[in-house]
Design a protein around this ligand. Structure first.
Ligand SMILES: Cc1cc2nc3c(=O)[nH]c(=O)nc-3n(C[C@H](O)[C@H](O)[C@H](O)COP(=O)(O)OP(=O)(O)OC[C@H]3O[C@@H](n4cnc5c(N)ncnc54)[C@H](O)[C@@H]3O)c2cc1C
Length: 306
């Protein structure tokens, strides 16, 4: 059925697609993908839509496969890991934050630094999401993915070309593909939950003070990637520091503007903004940084169409 992608992205932007089908497990996903492939339909995978800027014209020829939450809630998903089985297979549509919350509560270490990151495990595995110096690739042992050429198969993390906020899953020849399960190394199992819960609470409080509330405005979090460290092994330079230096927080295009508490977060007024406004604002910011510092910022947010 035709759907509006603005209803499925945290920017709350994006025009129509040909159809959007929500699936809740890998078998369901494979059935739909085989049907579309046999019919020669172009398709794209969607998770929580929290790292996406979809054009106002949408993708009217595309079918969209949305990996939705599993009927098995995260505490149940964790049971094998609590018995010491590792790596743990996780359905791609599982909420990253819900899994992090359940793991912390169960005393299972690994996901606490990912507290509060919106979206799904599948989306995080594709974009190599992370925070506080950690990336999901630190925990990924393998993924089960479906491609038109090979159907459902498993690839180890070493074949996924992981780098800072990127992976080979995002580009040809592997992509576009559908990641259906992510095998995560969590543990030690059933340790003391108290330090994990404290770390999680601290991170959630920090995020609440620095990030916009996605219930009030449209956003996809940090828009640009941070810069490589000046020397090997050093810390990445925050893109926000360069953006602050050019006065980014005063920039606005139509209904798109820079979040007053974080120069690298673009936000939208859902009532008036268009995707074209966000693209124009991002271009203005990147041009101003390039003029001042000779550095071209690279978007972390994925654009549809690319
Ligand atoms: C308030 C806020 C804070 C954020 N903070 C952070 C942060 O701290 N760190 C960080 O890294 N990110 C952050 N983000 C960005 C975003 O939450 C992450 O990048 C997240 O991992 C995206 O997951 P998703 O399921 O929403 O992916 P989507 O936005 O649905 O998709 C993103 C891309 O991945 C592809 N994709 C999604 N699922 C699959 C799948 N199963 N198989 C194949 N391809 C797939 C899509 O085709 C698309 O190209 C933040 C976003 C917001 C709104």
């Amino acid at each position: 059925m035709t759907a509006l992608l603005e209803d499925h992205t945290t920017f709350r932007l994006g025009g129509p697609c040909r159809e959007l089908v929500a699936v809740r497990d890998p078998d369901d996903a494979v059935r739909v993908l085989e049907r579309w492939t046999a019919a020669g339909r172009p398709w794209l995978p969607l998770g929580g839509g929290s790292n996406l800027l979809v054009a106002d014209a949408g993708l009217p020829d595309h079918s969209i496969l949305r990996m939705a939450a599993s009927p098995r809630p995260p505490p149940v998903i964790l049971e094998p890991a609590l018995r010491g089985e590792s790596p743990l297979p996780v359905w791609a549509g599982t909420s990253l934050d819900a899994l992090s919350a359940a793991a912390c509560a169960a005393g299972l270490a690994g996901l606490e630094d990912f507290s509060g990151i919106p979206g799904t495990i599948g989306g995080a595995a594709c974009g190599n999401a992370g925070a506080f110096g950690r990336s999901l690739s630190d925990l990924v042992a393998a993924v089960d993915l479906w491609t038109p050429a090979r159907g459902l198969h498993t690839l180890p993390a070493s074949a996924l070309g992981y780098a800072y906020r990127s992976s080979a899953l995002q580009r040809p020849p592997l992509g576009p593909c559908a990641v259906l399960r992510v095998h995560l190394r969590l543990g030690p199992s059933a340790g003391d939950p108290a330090p994990l819960l404290a770390r999680r609470a601290g991170i959630l409080a920090l995020r609440a003070s620095r990030h916009p509330d996605i219930r009030a405005v449209g956003t996809a979090g940090s828009y640009f990637k941070n810069l490589p460290p000046p020397a090997p092994g050093g810390r990445r330079q925050p893109a926000g520091a360069l953006l602050d230096a050019i006065g980014a927080k005063t920039f606005r295009v139509g209904g798109a503007f820079v979040f007053p508490r974080h120069a690298n977060i673009l936000v939208t007024d859902p009532a008036t903004a268009t995707a074209a406004d966000v693209h124009a604002l991002a271009d203005l910011l990147a041009d101003a940084v390039q003029d001042r510092f000779g550095i071209r910022l690279v978007p972390e947010v994925r654009a549809w169409p690319a």
